[in-house]
Ligand binder design. Structure first.
Ligand code: PNS
Length: 161
């Protein structure tokens, strides 16, 4: 079964990496999809977000990385034969928005189901926004993002070591 795992990934965090690895162990094929979120302007250009995701998924043979530059995620998923949208849930606060998206997506494309993976507890506090805030203020982001992308994130904020 093919699954898509969409997000802004601005930047990819250790929490995202955990969900990607766990999804890759469940589904035959996982496509990580860099998608725009109309509510947020990304800090990292799309090509950098793709580059970071490629580095993070290089060791996972059944994971590919793609971009949704226009159109609906469900149409993208359907066109690629994906039956599942994977989402990570950190807390109840994520649930309301994610539940709304899941219901909307299913109403638009009933053949694609949303499945939620609960975050690992050590990542429950983590978000791309928190990572950006810490990096911007000169804090340490080791452990918050995958090791391979720490330099890329620091560079974007002029904080390279
Ligand atoms: O990491 P984010 O910002 O929470 O991800 C949100 C994302 C990209 C998954 C969501 O905005 C999305 O699915 N965008 C794709 C466009 C789409 O289909 N929008 C309609 C959903 S009802």
């Amino acid at each position: 079964m093919i699954a898509v795992y969409p997000g802004s990934f601005d930047p990819v965090t250790s929490g995202h990496q955990d969900i990607i690895c766990r999804a890759a162990s469940i589904f035959e094929q996982v496509t990580v999809v860099v998608a725009g979120n109309s509510a947020k302007t990304p800090v990292f250009p799309t090509d950098e977000r793709l580059e970071m995701l490629r580095a993070v998924t290089a060791d996972l043979p059944n994971v590919t990385v793609d971009v949704l530059s226009e159109g609906l995620l469900v149409d993208f998923a359907h066109a690629r034969g994906a039956r599942v949208i994977v989402k990570g849930l950190r807390a109840v606060s994520d649930f309301e928005y994610e539940f709304q998206l899941a219901l909307l997506n299913r109403s638009m494309q009933p053949s694609v189901e949303t499945m939620f993976l609960a975050t690992s507890t050590e990542h429950s506090f983590l978000s791309s926004s928190i990572v950006k805030e810490i990096a911007r203020l000169g804090g340490k982001i080791d452990g918050l993002v995958p090791d391979a992308i720490v330099p890329l994130v620091l560079r974007r904020f002029g904080r390279e070591r």
